[in-house]
Design a protein around this ligand. Structure first.
Ligand code: FUB
Length: 324
């Protein structure tokens, strides 16, 4: 009996290890059983995106010994019911940006404009310091290619607010109702600038938003005529948010939206509406036993509004969201 148990354990470990390191040539399908949603790989910094009734999640892949960030790839997953998920062949690696250092696929977001999909990423520049790049594809599942062959934002462009080298990370992008696109990003300082219609060049000076205790991970969404800027505050991080009637602010601080996520010092959220419901997509470090701050896992829970437009505190759950 003991031998059978040992054999089963061995097979399970080998299977998990194979799938955890597999790079699929075709679409890989799996079923979510709650949170974390993705358990065959470690995934972080989820950026949700809805297109043609499909719910996509873009994420960086955490790998390594769990002692620091070791992120070689950005990944893309999709679902239409929160139960059955697809993972697509790796759509982009840090190596696809010739100017970037390998294994630095930090937080990123995809947006669509005029039938093209733009993926704004944070990564490490070979000349030092974090930088923001942009890739483009004709499909939300890629493959994506570097749209500029150079970084869109580099550390020397943002020296007035802070002298740290890691402030140019965590891009979020927003196309306003008048068609003007904005790039918002930062660590320690929250920066914003207009983007040209081509989506791959800045079209204004870089300014800053004043947000209490801002650490990183800004994310913009809109509900009714309110704009919401959610972001990670403090460290370990909680997610806070501010509201405004204009994308350029001023932003009114509204408090904590999500508490520290289990077993992870970062929390990195995205917020989207899908089929009439709102979702809060984030990561924790809860996969036993190796999961942690550098081996993170994407989770999804519901987001609810109060009648005055403010947000209810997120309730992180093991069960996750109900299949639709
Ligand atoms: O994944 C690397 C970094 O950790 C992200 O860019 C931050 O938002 C934090 O989640």
């Amino acid at each position: 009996m003991r031998k059978v148990y040992q054999l089963c354990m061995l097979i399970a470990i080998v299977m998990w290890s194979c799938s955890a390191h597999a790079q699929f040539d075709s679409v890989y399908q799996f079923e979510a059983t709650g949170n974390p949603v993705i358990t065959h790989k470690y995934t972080a910094d989820p950026a949700a995106f809805v297109h043609n009734d499909v719910f996509y999640v873009y994420a960086g892949q955490d790998t390594g010994d769990g002692k620091w960030y070791n992120m070689p790839n950005w990944l893309v997953f999709s679902t239409q019911d929160f139960k059955t998920w697809k993972e697509y062949p790796v759509p982009m690696k840090t190596g696809d940006f010739k100017w970037a250092k390998d294994h630095s696929s930090w937080a990123a977001q995809v947006i669509e404009r005029n039938g093209k999909f733009y993926w704004y990423v944070s990564t490490e520049h070979q000349t030092g310091g974090k930088a923001i790049g942009v890739a483009v594809s004709d499909s939300p599942t890629g493959p994506f290619v570097d749209a500029r062959s150079s970084a869109l934002v580099t550390n020397d462009m943002t020296k007035d607010c802070t002298s740290i080298s890691w402030d140019d990370i965590d891009p979020t992008v927003w196309i306003d109702d008048d068609g003007q696109a904005y790039l918002i990003w930062g660590n320690t300082c929250c920066y914003y600038a207009k983007l040209k219609d081509n989506m791959i060049e800045l079209d204004s000076e870089i300014k800053t938003f004043n947000l209490p205790d801002f650490t990183e991970a800004p994310w913009i969404h809109k509900h009714g005529d309110w704009y919401y800027l959610s972001y990670a505050a403090w460290f370990p991080e909680k997610i806070c948010y501010a509201m405004s009637k204009s994308i350029e602010g001023p932003w009114e601080y509204k408090g904590i939206l999500n508490e520290v996520a289990g077993n992870s010092n970062t929390n990195h959220q995205s917020i989207v509406e899908y089929k009439g419901n709102w979702y809060f997509v984030y990561h924790n470090g809860s996969i036993p036993t190796a999961g942690g701050s550098y081996l993170r896992s994407v989770c999804i829970d519901r987001l609810y509004y109060n009648p005055d437009g403010t947000l209810k505190r997120v309730q992180m759950t093991t069960e996750g969201v109900v299949p639709q």
